[in-house]
Design a protein around this ligand. Structure first.
Ligand code: HEC
Ligand code: HEC
Ligand code: HEC
Length: 152
């Protein structure tokens, strides 16, 4: 093969790598919101004398497709945006669709879900990537009242 042609191919490969890399980064950026955070759910817990529920989003997301929870199980895309009660969970709705002793450990394990520090308000806790995109003026407002999740 003539040298010129080889060099041309190298350029094409380099460009391809850049485009691919860019796409992957863009995709990561789009999904970075709740995926890497723990969702603290505290619409009722504090008032009921329970610790707030902590939902490790990333832990679940690597096991199930978004559609399982946000489509089939009807979870709204909003921290605290679902009216979740224990009656519904016992009835097999929301967390109870899986935490029934079959797909995952069952509802008796209260403290595995109710693990938040009392008083922590409903939020997506910026445990990992979100920290990087927190605007400087918001820094310190994220309320690090629960221990940051260990890097997964
Ligand atoms: C699989 C996770 C999970 C388990 C296990 C679990 N809970 Fe909950 N619980 C939740 C979520 C999520 C909420 C909604 C939290 C909120 O909005 O404050 C909730 C809410 C509550 C509430 C307030 C709402 C209501 O229904 O009165 C109480 C009280 C409660 N849980 C008690 C318990 C007790 C007691 C146990 C153990 C027998 C338990 N929970 C086990 C996830 C769980
Ligand atoms: C195992 C169930 C489950 C899976 C799988 C799941 N989610 Fe979620 N997601 C939740 C729950 C629970 C919440 C919190 C809802 C609440 O607080 O009531 C949530 C919250 C969210 C939020 C709102 C966060 C905010 O800022 O308020 C977004 C966005 C989101 N999920 C996106 C996704 C995407 C994208 C995927 C797939 C890549 C996904 N989720 C997979 C259960 C799931
Ligand atoms: C689509 C099924 C599904 C739903 C819905 C679901 N979980 Fe889970 N969850 C699982 C599975 C599977 C595991 C892993 C169980 C195991 O390791 O035995 C798990 C594990 C967990 C863990 C332990 C994480 C760890 O680090 O070990 C917590 C806490 C938890 N779930 C909370 C919740 C809460 C709170 C909700 C509702 C807001 C919920 N889950 C809804 C399937 C689900």
């Amino acid at each position: 093969m003539p040298r010129g042609k080889l060099r041309g191919w190298r350029l094409v490969l380099l460009l391809l790598a850049c485009v691919l890399g860019g796409t992957i980064f863009a995709a990561m950026d789009n999904e970075a919101k709740a995926e890497y955070g723990d969702v603290v759910i505290n619409n009722y817990s504090d008032a009921a004398g329970m610790r707030p529920a902590v939902f490790p989003h990333w832990f679940h997301r690597i096991r199930f497709r978004c559609k399982v929870c946000h489509g089939d199980l009807g979870f709204q895309f909003k921290a605290g945006g679902n009216d979740i009660t224990m009656l519904k969970i016992f009835d097999g709705q929301f967390c109870g669709a899986c935490h029934n002793g079959q797909i995952a450990w069952s509802v008796e394990n209260c403290t595995l879900c109710h693990s938040g520090k009392p008083g922590t308000k409903t939020q997506v806790h910026n445990s990992t990537l979100d920290k990087l995109v927190t605007p400087p003026d918001k820094a310190g407002q994220s309320g690090s009242t629960i221990a940051p999740a260990a890097p997964k």
